[in-house]
Every structure is written in C-alpha cells, then in structure tokens.
Design a protein around this ligand. Structure first.
Ligand SMILES: Cc1ncc(COP(=O)(O)O)c(C=O)c1O
Length: 258
C-alpha cells in the first residue's frame, strides 16, 4: 500500500512531474485517503482510487469507491464483489468525467451513438455479468459480515504463530484476501498443498521489479519493506461460504509441527 510519508518526501523533492496520485486499496482495506487527500490538496494533484480490492471496505463509514476524483473497481471473480467473468466499473461525482468515461467506454461516442467524437474502446459491462452482479449485490452486506467473521476466526487461531493482518482504527475491511506473514512460507504452502488446500502469493514480484518498469526504476531505489514482504506473504482461502470445519482444517494444517 502506498506510503504517504515517502510520497510526500518525493513530492517535496520535486523530482516528479506528477499530475495524479493513483492509490491502490489492498486485501480489502482502503488506502490512507485522509492523508492522501491532504497531500493531493497541498500539491494540486488529482486522486484516482483503485478500489478493486477495497470494494466493500470503508474508513469511518466512507466506503471504498468514494475516495478521490475517480475510483475504479474490478468485478473479476476473485474480488469481493465478483461476477462470473470479466467486469469492472468506475465511480465519480463529476458529471463531466462521467460523460467522458461513458464516451471512452463505448468507442468514443458522442450524443449520437454512431458519431464517435474521440478515440475510445469497447469497455461495456456484459449484460449477463451485470445481471449476476445485481443478484450478488443483494447479498453483499451479508457476505461482508461473513468475511469479517471468518477473518476474525483466522486471526484468533493463527495470531500466535504468524503475523496476522491488523486493521487501523476506524477502518473496515472487505477481506479481499486474508494474508499472513511467515518466516517459513515455502514450508507452510507445502503443508497446505499436501492437505489439498489452495493458497496464493499476493504478490511475489513487487511493482519496482516488474519487467515493464525496468527502465523506470533506478538501482538506487530499493523499496526494502515491499521486497521483504514479497518473500514472506501468502494468502489463505477466503470467501463468505468457508465453513468453520474447513477453517479448522486449514488452521490445524498450518499449526501442526510435522
Ligand atoms: C488492486 C487491483 N487493481 C486492478 C486489478 C485489475 O482488475 P481487472 O483485471 O478486472 O482489470 C486487480 C485485479 O487483480 C487488482 O487486484
């Protein structure tokens, strides 16, 4: 998640010609928007919230997807509100931006659908996926409660052995992922695998290590915290329909010595 102190340092050094801050909500938690918004006001920057993993979470009751000038989300099946294929949405309070976004999403259309006034793309949400999302939205609040109950059970069972996720005060998580920090990640993953339990590493390659950014990141930039965590984290099964018995099996498997 974005480190606001570091961001402020970079902005103060004026080494960046920034126009906007893109903050990414992670694992169900919104980024630190109160601090990000203070910075964006100070430096005259727009804010874009990537709420794909924060969707359903909130800060002080203000929901993920409400922060910044534009927020984006993904309805990919693994997300808190997922459809059965690809889908996504953008949120904004600006009528002007909403008009532009709708236009870009439908081939750059103008007021006349067949008059394209700009170069756009096809980014329509498929009707079948939209129908699935409407049904899933009606049970979303219950699913959020269930995810929170499941996360609390995990933390209670595993907190003595692992570093478990901590929620900052007044934050509510949608638990897009339940992620542990382990000093023996490979051993843990193997134990789960042997018991037929899936797990995932989110993420083993940091942003600054992505091949696409090889020319953007200097060798002087080290990002030590992200690099260290990328070697320690792994995520457990997390969905609202995980039964207590399934959770017990997962926890017992991780806690056994063999
Ligand atoms: C934080 C975040 N942003 C964006 C995306 C991209 O979503 P999509 O593949 O639906 O465009 C993902 C998906 O994994 C994500 O986790």
């Amino acid at each position: 998640m974005i480190c606001v102190k570091k961001l402020e340092q970079v902005l103060l050094e004026k080494k960046l010609k920034a126009k906007a801050i893109i903050a990414v909500d992670l694992f169900g938690l919104p980024a630190d928007y109160p601090a990000i918004e203070m910075l964006s006001n100070e430096f005259g920057l727009k804010v874009i919230e990537d709420a794909a993993q924060g969707f359903g979470g909130n800060i002080n009751g203000k929901r993920a997807g409400c922060f910044g000038d534009i927020a984006t989300t993904s309805f990919f099946p693994a997300k808190p509100l997922g459809c059965y294929g690809d889908g996504g949405a953008l949120f904004t309070n600006s009528d002007e931006l909403a008009m532009l976004i709708r236009s870009y999403a439908i081939h750059g259309k103008g007021t006349d659908k067949y008059d394209n006034v700009r170069i756009g793309m096809n980014s329509r949400l498929d009707t079948i996926q939209a129908a699935i999302l409407l049904e899933k939205l009606s049970v979303f609040e219950n699913e959020l409660d269930a995810r929170n109950r499941i996360a609390a059970r995990y933390s209670q069972a595993l907190g003595k052995k692992y570093k478990v996720p901590q929620l900052p005060e007044r934050y509510f998580s949608s638990w897009a992922q339940y992620t542990l920090v382990s000093n023996e990640r490979n051993v843990d993953i193997q134990k789960l695998k042997d018991a037929g339990i899936p797990s995932m590493i989110y993420y083993k390659t940091c942003m600054h290590q992505q091949t696409a950014f090889a020319n953007e990141v200097s060798s002087k930039q080290s990002f030590p915290i992200a690099t260290k965590l990328s070697k320690q984290v792994f995520s457990l099964p997390m969905h609202p329909y995980l039964s207590p018995e399934e959770q017990n099996l997962i926890c017992d498997t991780l806690l056994c010595d063999g």
